[in-house]
Design a protein around this ligand. Structure first.
Ligand SMILES: [Zn+2]
Length: 425
């Protein structure tokens, strides 16, 4: 499918986008999001992601509508007047109308980094951290990720909906979710190299990953039980060192998985350089990223997936988001939802990104939509409101979309739609 685009985009001049070729006269449509005070499409020229100053200059349509085809994809985005003047448009052939007057519309948020499958919460550790313990104090005391992995390993099948080895089990849970009718889908990441069991050395555990875990996942993938999109390693001093990280990530890449790894969280580890060496798509955390590695990440490019909840919960310095954006690195945001940072709210993550990491609200929106989608190789399907993409839409219950960032904890979200169908509120 090809799309027509205006020759130039200026945020002050409303332009509109319609699918090309135009729908045939008499075509029926699923839904119209009708007459929003503002529609913020984030992208208007099919940009795969945004960097630098472009992150802070967003197109906006006033008194605008989004028309959704029966297949759940966007047909038209732009001023309502421009839609009704289209010869192919017949309002009586639209199955459902969502009155968006007084509201604003955003692309559905994409969480660039979560750990959704686990058993055993860590509320006790939260108490220890409030009393002053660090992440590594807890890790060495047998808590942290080691605690969760042990609990997840011991959880009953019923609790985790699956069996076999823990890693395959977790991937099966995620894959099963994606096969279910649940409208929110997950990009599935194999995170074998996250914590080394106490009973093994790093070398032994790396061999286990390469010789046992990955082959078991490949078998499960061939059997159709598991589908993996990405591979990840917790690349950190005293956890997974450079040689082992490179070996595991390279093996994943050979299998067609995108590389999306944890790097430079607690110590500077030259993650950008390592990422370029292995062909990474994204690196998460980067609290300790060096200037040299930022340059490398901008050149490749490699996405920086920033997780403000981590710095907030661990009371560590947040990543240098401003420097990353100014250096031209494509910055994305993730919730890092996990037993350490129990947050699933992208609006809250955007608020933290603005307050703690000094992003503008425009930059936070870009990082939580098109850039996080692109960090997961999803930019052709979601991340912006453009013809041909899925109609994943957040209806903000305010004519100024920025209230979704500004109003902490309880942002004014009037509806969340996936493929043009309501899923939340
Ligand atoms: Zn993580």
């Amino acid at each position: 499918m090809r799309y027509a685009h205006p020759p130039a985009m200026n945020q002050d001049l409303p332009a509109f986008l319609a699918s090309s070729p135009a729908p045939a006269p008499g075509t029926a449509f699923k839904t119209i999001f009708s007459r929003a005070t503002h529609v913020i499409p984030v992208c208007a020229r099919n940009e795969p992601y945004l960097v630098g100053k472009a992150m802070d200059h967003l197109p906006s349509y006033a008194d605008a509508s989004i028309l959704v085809g029966l297949d759940g994809r966007i047909v038209f985005v732009g001023p309502h007047d421009a839609l009704v003047s289209q010869s192919w448009f017949n309002a009586s052939l639209v199955h459902a109308t969502i009155d968006c007057r007084g509201k604003s519309l955003l692309p559905g948020f994409v969480d660039g980094h979560t750990h959704p499958v686990f058993a055993g919460d860590r509320v006790n550790e939260f108490a220890l951290k409030l009393a002053g313990a660090t992440y590594m104090d807890i890790h060495k005391a047998g808590g942290g990720i080691g605690f969760t992995v042990t609990h997840t390993r011991n959880a009953s099948d019923e609790q985790l909906l699956a069996d076999l080895a823990t890693r395959v089990k977790m991937l099966r849970v995620l894959t099963r979710h994606n096969k279910s009718s649940h409208p929110v889908k997950l990009s599935v990441t194999y995170l074998g190299g996250h914590s080394v069991p106490k009973t093994k050395t790093l070398t032994e555990y790396t061999r286990e990953i390469l010789d046992e875990q990955i082959p078991a996942i490949v078998r499960a993938q061939e059997a159709g039980d598991v589908h993996v999109d990405n591979i990840d390693v917790f690349y950190e001093k005293g956890v997974f060192e450079r040689e082992e990280t490179v070996a595991v990530l390279k093996r994943g890449r050979e299998l067609g998985w995108a590389i999306n790894f944890h790097g430079d969280e607690l110590h500077p580890m030259q993650s950008g350089t390592v990422g370029a060496q292995v062909g990474a798509r994204a690196i998460s955390h980067l609290e300790e990223v060096s200037d040299e590695d930022m340059t490398v990440m901008a050149q490749v490019p490699i996405f920086a997936t920033l997780l403000p909840t981590t710095a907030y919960v661990l009371r560590i310095a947040p990543p240098p988001a401003r420097k990353l954006i100014d250096a031209g690195v494509p910055v994305a945001l993730g919730s890092d939802f996990n037993p350490n940072a129990h947050c699933m709210s992208m609006p809250h993550v955007m608020n933290l990104a603005c307050v703690m990491m000094r992003l503008t609200m425009n930059e936070a929106l870009v990082a939580a939509t098109i850039n996080s989608a692109a960090s997961l190789n999803q930019e052709k399907e979601r991340g912006s409101l453009e013809p041909g993409k899925w109609a994943d839409v957040v209806v903000v219950g305010h004519e100024d979309w920025r209230h979704v960032v500004y109003e902490m904890v309880d942002p004014p979200i009037a509806g969340v739609y996936v493929k043009g169908e309501k899923v939340v509120v």
